[in-house]
Ligand binder design. Structure first.
Ligand code: C2E
Ligand code: CA
Ligand code: CA
Ligand code: CA
Length: 277
């Protein structure tokens, strides 16, 4: 299993199938991973489409497994959510992302927000705002440099969502709606909740060139976002044609393999440095 390379993905997807025994094994291993601190964050830059500047980074968790190598979140986040362990992992992610962002700032790099993905369980906990406030205080990061990504589904409980999001935005944190267009389809919440940004799901971006329906959806999301005074970012941008389409339709920001995959914190510092001159 030491052999690391292209086959890594196969190894763990086979090792952890959906049988209940494998799920128990994974759950047990996850518990150990939390105790041993085996998680790491990678960061994917978000670029301004007009200037090409890095205007933010998204923190994406990975599990540095002693034998299996770097395990992507798709293999353990669903199980962590199911078992509740996402709470501990999520707390760590939030604190680590804030700590790292503050460290970049102290190294003299240009100040940019870091985006952190919240799971539904984290979003539903009673003391989320206090937790976020405490983490900001502990790390010394200003709230304006933290962006929280939630999904449309999390806004379904409108009462909870509006109270929670109002509290968070009062702190000064920005809220983005992740995977926009794939979830709950009522637009009611868009005008009533304090949301700052929509992230167009990559499934729409992927087929912009071949599928006129997807192209129309992307154009419509951008126009709607702007009419509601929201920022809009496209995710999963992989080629020039997609980028040109987004530019033509005045999308604000993009994130995707075309300009950078998720990379280590050290690499982000290099990228920010290179773009500072
Ligand atoms: P997401 O939030 O939609 O994150 C974007 C995913 O798309 C990332 O996968 C990223 O590596 C990938 N991606 C970025 N650019 C491209 C591109 O151009 N093409 C393609 N095909 N993919 C691209 P990753 O890192 O494997 O994360 C998968 C999902 O795991 C995330 O989807 C998010 O839902 C979840 N996740 C990751 N980190 C966390 C976390 O700290 N907490 C929680 N609750 N969920 C997380
Ligand atoms: Ca995300
Ligand atoms: Ca997304
Ligand atoms: Ca997604």
């Amino acid at each position: 299993v030491k052999d690391s390379g292209k086959n890594d993905c196969l190894l763990y997807s086979e090792a952890w199938d959906n049988s209940s025994l494998e799920r128990l094994t994974l759950q047990h291993e996850l518990k150990g991973a939390i105790q041993r601190g085996e998680f790491v964050l990678h960061y994917q830059p978000q670029y301004h489409l007009g200037t090409g500047k890095i205007v933010g980074v998204e923190a994406l968790v990975r599990w540095q497994h002693p034998e299996r190598g770097l395990v992507p979140p798709g293999f353990f986040i669903p199980q962590a959510e199911e078992s509740g362990m996402i709470m501990q992992i999520g707390d760590w992610v939030l604190e680590e992302a804030c700590r790292q962002n503050k460290a970049w700032q102290e190294d003299g790099l240009r100040h940019i927000p870091v985006s952190v993905n919240l799971s539904i369980r984290q979003f539903l906990q009673q003391n989320l705002t206090d937790k976020v406030a405490n983490i900001l205080a502990r790390t010394g990061l200003k709230a304006e440099f933290l962006d929280l990504e939630i999904t449309e589904t999390m806004t379904m409980d409108v009462k909870h969502a509006s109270r929670c999001l109002l509290d968070l935005t009062k702190l000064g944190v920005n809220i983005s709606i992740d995977d926009f267009g794939t979830g709950y389809s009522s637009f009611h919440y868009l005008k009533n909740l304090p949301i700052g940004r929509l992230k167009i799901d990559r499934s729409f971006v992927r087929d912009i060139q071949q599928d006129p329906g997807d192209a129309a959806i992307v154009a419509a999301i951008i126009a709607m976002a702007h009419n509601l005074n929201l920022q809009v970012i496209a995710e999963g941008v992989e080629n020039e044609v997609q980028m040109q389409f987004l530019q033509k339709h005045m999308c604000d920001e993009m994130q995707g393999y075309l300009w950078s995959p998720p990379v280590s914190g050290g690499k982000i510092a290099e990228l920010l440095q290179a773009r500072q001159q």
